[in-house]
Design a binder for this molecule. Sequence first.
Ligand SMILES: *Cc1c(COP(=O)(O)O)cnc(C)c1O
Length: 401
Amino acid sequence: MSDTVLASMQFEPGAMAPGGFIPLSVPQLRGNEWKYVKECLDTNWVSSAGPFVNRFEETLARYVGAAHAIATSSGTAALHIALLAAGVRPDDEVLVPALTFIAPANAVRYAGAYPVLVDVEPTYWQMNAELVADFLRRECRRTDGQTFNRTSGRRVSALLPVHILGHPVDMEPIIQLAREFGLAIIEDATESLGAEYKSTKVGCLGDIACFSFNGNKIITTGGGGMIVTDNPEWAEKARYLSTQAKDDPIEYVHKEIGYNYRMTNIQAALGCAQMEQIDDFIRAKRSIAETYARGFEKLNGVEVMREAPWAASIFWMFTVLVREAEYGEDSRGLMRRLRKERIQSRPLWQPLHRSPAHQKAQSLLTGCADIINQRALSLPCSVGVSQADLNNVIEIVSCRG
Ligand SMILES: *Cc1c(COP(=O)(O)O)cnc(C)c1O
């Protein structure tokens, strides 16, 4: 099967092991999804106004513990708006981890700002706060309460930590640095809804945060996103900008350039149904991670993703590092062998400092993102994956090539 076909199957709702195929991660839509979507169609509320949008916003705000939530058409749109609401301006710089899906770096560019790429730490693979500190202390100067990058001359206005793969970033040092240097914190929590850092849910650790409900995230609305914040002015700004910056909806007066980023009622209907099941979804993800960890305990050269003592991970995308010297095969070799057995697996993202799309970005590197990218492989971890399928994957990974 080609990579393109395999990649598209990730989002196919009916793709749960057809003919023995084990997909990487597919949604589970077995709650009130049909009922709520039907309600949208029956009542004619299909577009971006409607009761489910407000209900989904309230549900999510309550779940993460934020004062305000604004539903958007995607997680990437949420990031774009969150950056604008947080006061990131054209020609500013924003610190983004080097190992992440590309969306946060792209969103920084949409805002006219530039990403500065920060390598990750080797234990939990998250943004390395020590590198952030080094950069701010050694490579920046402070003028009038603002921070400027000495090399580029640009203002550094925000930190954008990304809680990758369901695990939180170690936020305390990041929060302290943000205070010391007068920077906003925009959390990209798109992969980690429900994860906790020292008993606080991600999304409530910085100044503003974003979630995604794309097809392979912990809950899905088909496509969609959410901005959460405790700041009432930023919330109002985010709502305004994501709904075309309408100042007079009758006379069509717009004082600014806004965006058509509002979530629809149909998407939100799915979101409400999915939120009813999130505790079960997270339990399932954690149990899958435990099964894999136990399965690979005695396997040389395969290191499973970890959970920090200060964290509650949702293990959104279960990932292992394959050390070729000990395992006898590299991560891509293992991927090909799994594919022959009709099991989908996938490497992590190309590190952003290697991405042709962000060639010019300044980067602070230790080599960690590169090594993780070489070794990482995500394994099947759909919420609804069967124990038999997991055992099958463990068996094939365990008896190497
Ligand atoms: C999924 C994801 C996004 C964007 O979400 P979309 O809803 O697909 O736009 C942003 N950042 C990260 C890290 C993601 O994994």
